[in-house]
Structures are given as C-alpha cells and as structure tokens.
Design a protein around this ligand. Structure first.
Ligand SMILES: CC(=O)[C@@H](O)[C@H](O)COP(=O)(O)O
Length: 265
C-alpha cells in the first residue's frame, strides 16, 4: 500500500486496507501463509476460537499463531443476539486479547445473519461509553450508519451481502450513495466473493474491506489472499487517480484527422 495513503481508524494508522478473518481455513498453516501473503491491517478473531491465555500448555494453538503473526487483533462479538450478550462478550474479549478494538456483530436474523439494526446503535453506544474502539458490522442503511456515527463510531462497516455468500455488493446503489453521504472511514464487511468485488467497492471510495470466506474457502487460499490484497490496492489507486466520466456514445481514441480515408459525419 502507498505509505502516503494509510488507513486511519480511531487515530491509528494502518498500512493495509484489507482486514482478514481467521475462520474456515483448511489448516492453521494455510491461515498463516495466507496472512503472510495478504499482510492485512487486522485479523478478526472470535472469543470462541480462543480458549484462554495458555497457562498450562493446553492452548489450542490459535493464540500462539496470532502472536507469531504479529498482526493487530480485532476481536468480534460473532454469535451475539442481544445487547447484554454483546457487552459481556466484548468485555471478555478486551481482557483476553488485551485490546480496546471490537468488531460489533449483533445478529438479528439467523438465516441471513443480518445485523439487528434496531439494537445496534444502543450496543455501539454502550461499548463506546465503556472505552471500546468500535467497528460495527451493519447494513448499508444510511440513517443507521449516521446514527452509529452520532453515538461515537469513528468508522462503520456495511455489508456487501450476507456473511459467507460471496455474492459481492447486492445493493450497489445504496452502497455508493452511503459513500457519498457519510464522511467517515467505511469498510465493506462480509459477502465479498471475488477480488473484483473488493476492487469495485474501493473504486467507489470505500476505505477498506473485511473478508474471510472468499479466501478461506478458495482452492488456493494463499494465492487468493494475495489476489485480494492486490485488488484492494488497485481499487484504491484507481479511486485516487480519478476515473474518466462515462460517455453516452463512442469517441475515437485514435486521431483520424489527416488519414487518407477520413469520413466527415
Ligand atoms: C470473520 C468475520 O468477521 C466475518 O463475520 C466477516 O463478516 C466476513 O464475512 P465473509 O466471510 O462473508 O467475508
């Protein structure tokens, strides 16, 4: 990533705009290699993956792997269905991972894994008052995102599509409009399936992406991790470069004046 163009979240600078999940990889070795290839800004981890700080040598190895990778951890509240569950899970995660960062996941519907949009703001507000640096997983609803910002979220993470579907942005109009209307860092989280999806949302001006399944379930997760990292960077560079305006009709890109067969229209 261009060092002149870092991602800044809650005042902290990150040289990558890709955040990676740590679940569903074929093995810890593949996860490790994928992370080394992608060089993500952060790694998400759920409390459930982590048993406890190893005191008796009986750790499941995940903790040691996180330590070795030396990438900031973004604990998440995956699986929480109520505000009290979120708060307790976040507090436990803060203690265990020794970080104020939390990815707020509050599920409102088990079939789509859609965030509980009616209680998300309350959960975010409580976490922020408790000192957390909250990155809320939310829908692309403009008013919801604005309310999250109002209660102190310094960034929001709208979904592209339901978690694990790999469908890419299912509501491009709303995602683009949201980007135009809100002036805070925004990362697209969940539902990306292809590097081109990541590139697309970066071209729209999103500040980063968070993804898991598309890399973990690829036939070659390490190569796919690299492809996503490249795509995020390409999309960001294109955004900064400024795209041409689309035209209604063809315009010759090769000059025709002076050629022997020039036709006047
Ligand atoms: C790991 C994590 O945080 C996921 O819940 C996240 O939302 C990514 O979603 P995908 O697996 O669809 O990329």
């Amino acid at each position: 990533m261009n060092p002149d163009d870092p991602l800044v979240l809650y005042g902290q600078t990150f040289n990558s705009r890709l955040l990676l999940g740590t679940a569903r990889y074929p093995s810890p070795d593949v996860l490790e290699a994928a992370v080394k290839r992608a060089q993500p800004a952060m790694l998400t981890a759920s409390l459930r993956r982590q048993t406890a700080t190893p005191s008796n040598g009986s750790d499941n190895g995940f903790w040691e792997l996180l330590r070795r990778l030396d990438v900031p951890v973004l604990p998440n509240t995956a699986g929480c269905h109520s505000v009290p569950e979120v708060i307790v899970t976040a507090q436990m995660a803060r203690e265990l991972f020794d970080t104020p960062w939390i990815k707020l996941e509050l599920i409102g519907d088990d079939y789509t894994l859609q965030p509980d949009t009616l209680n998300l703001v309350d959960a975010a507000s409580q976490l922020i008052r408790d000192g957390f640096q909250v990155l809320p997983y939310c829908t692309e609803d403009l008013v919801l995102c604005q309310r999250l910002v109002d209660v102190g979220c310094q960034a929001v993470m709208p979904w592209a599509a339901p978690i694990g579907t790999g469908r890419g942005p299912v509501n491009p109009y709303a995602l683009q409009l949201l980007r135009e209307r809100l002036d805070v860092p925004m990362l697209v989280d969940a539902g990306l399936g292809l590097p081109s999806h990541a590139c697309q949302v970066m071209e729209w001006g999103y500040d980063g992406v968070l993804l898991n399944t598309a890399v973990a379930l690829a036939q070659d997760p390490v190569a796919m991790a690299g492809a996503f990292a490249d795509a995020v960077q390409a999309g960001r560079s294109a955004r900064r470069a400024g795209a041409m305006a689309a035209q209604e009709s063809a315009q010759p890109s090769t000059p025709v004046l002076g050629t022997p067969f020039w036709h006047q229209s």
